[in-house]
Structures are given as structure tokens and as C-alpha cells.
Design a protein around this ligand. Structure first.
Ligand SMILES: NC(=O)c1ccc[n+]([C@@H]2O[C@H](COP(=O)([O-])OP(=O)(O)OC[C@H]3O[C@@H](n4cnc5c(N)ncnc54)[C@H](O)[C@@H]3O)[C@@H](O)[C@H]2O)c1
Length: 187
């Protein structure tokens, strides 16, 4: 099964302790990449990393800009550089607008959206050096139909847009954007 199509690539996957992030980390590792599994749940991230060939776990809190910065620095140092950043860490929280509190809105945006800005920004110098890529998680297609969850659907769309615009600069060394579903092979 192993094609080694990411052989020697140095990859950070946020949210790699479970779900989509874990699946992404496993796929990269199975294809020859060295992977940093970055997650707030470091015990679970260690379990995932420990089951992969070339992987480390790094603890970070996506809600905290300083933690995003430290995570990118630590992970890039451990990997000896960086070729791919996958921003997948996130929370799911939904309710109609009247029930959705300000605190929940702020937390949703900090973890799911602002973290993409912080990690992409701090990863940019490493990715420009390696002519690397930023992987964008594409929203579930059901978000194109109107649902009574403004905060959830807004963060899904905004995360995708931010992931796209993070890679647009006037510098030819700028990282390219890749859609997660192309990596997972279900496009
Ligand atoms: N599951 C789906 O069908 C689906 C569809 C579309 C979008 N999404 C979105 O994708 C993201 C991941 O979904 P999932 O199903 O893999 O969820 P999940 O809960 O299985 O995984 C999310 C991971 O992010 C980590 N995380 C949460 N808060 C964090 C923080 N503050 N700092 C660092 N890491 C943190 C968690 O520990 C966990 O390992 C979510 O934002 C979700 O809304 C999921």
C-alpha cells in the first residue's frame, strides 16, 4: 500500500490526536513523511505519534497565539525544517444565534480561525525556504445549505478563505495551498 509519496517531507498536523487530524497524520506517515502531531491533548497525540514511524508529539493550545508560535518553532526544529503545515485542530460547537453566547463565539473563532492565522504566519518563513505547502481543510458540503448554526458555518467558511489567502503573496517562494480532500484521496 505504501507509495512513499511524501518521503522525507516534514509535516506538522494540528489536531492530530484524533479524528481528521489523526487520519491525516497517519496517511502522511504511511507515505514516508516525518510528522509532528500537535494537539492540546498531548497524551493522545503521544499515542498517535508513538504508533507512527517518524513522529513526535508537541503540546500546544490553538486558542493561544504564543503557544502557536512556540509550537511552530519547536516542531520545525525537531523536523529540521518544514514542508507542509496542516491546520486541522478545531472544536465543534453549534446552536442557533439566540442561544450562542459571546464566550462560545470567541472560543470558536480563537481555536478554529485565529489559530490558522497564527500558525500559518509563523510557519511562513520555513515554508518559503522549502517551497512548501499549507493544507486547507475543506468544509463539509452541507455547509452550503443554510443551517441554524451561524457560528459553526461561519468558522467553516472563514477558515477555508483564510487558508486560501494565507498562501497569496507577491513572493514566488510563497507556499501553495492544497485541499485536504486531495491528500485524503476523496476529492
Ligand atoms: N467530523 C466532521 O465531519 C467534520 C466535517 C467538517 C469539518 N469538521 C471540522 O474539522 C475539525 C476537526 O474535526 P474532527 O472531527 O477531527 O474533530 P475531533 O474532535 O476528532 O479532533 C479535533 C482535534 O483538535 C484538538 N483540539 C481541540 N481544541 C484544541 C486546541 N485549543 N488546541 C489544540 N488542539 C485542539 C482536539 O484535541 C482533537 O484532537 C473541527 O473544527 C470540525 O468542526 C469536521
Amino acid at each position: 500500500m505504501t507509495q512513499q509519496r511524501f518521503k522525507a517531507k516534514r509535516v506538522i498536523v494540528t489536531g492530530a490526536a484524533s479524528g481528521i487530524g489523526e487520519a491525516t497524520a497517519r496517511l502522511f506517515a504511511a507515505n514516508g513523511a516525518a510528522v509532528v502531531c500537535a494537539d492540546v491533548n498531548v497524551a493522545a497525540a503521544r499515542n498517535v505519534a508513538g504508533s507512527l514511524a517518524h513522529a513526535h508529539a508537541v503540546e500546544f493550545d490553538a486558542a493561544d497565539a504564543a503557544s502557536c508560535k512556540t509550537m511552530i518553532a519547536t516542531a520545525s526544529q525537531r523536523l529540521g525544517g518544514l514542508d507542509v503545515l496542516c491546520n486541522i485542530a478545531g472544536i465543534m460547537d453549534w446552536d442557533p444565534l439566540p442561544q450562542f453566547t459571546e464566550a462560545r463565539w470567541d472560543r470558536m473563532l480563537a481555536i478554529n480561525l485565529s489559530s490558522v492565522f497564527h500558525t500559518s504566519r509563523y510557519a511562513m518563513p520555513h515554508l518559503m525556504k522549502s517551497k512548501g505547502n499549507i493544507v486547507v481543510r475543506v468544509p463539509n458540503p452541507t455547509t452550503s445549505t443554510l443551517r441554524p448554526w451561524p457560528a459553526y458555518d461561519m468558522k467553516e467558511r472563514a477558515t477555508m478563505e483564510l487558508g486560501a489567502t494565507c498562501t497569496v503573496t507577491h513572493d514566488p517562494r510563497s507556499p501553495r495551498r492544497i485541499l485536504l480532500r486531495r491528500i485524503l484521496g476523496n476529492s
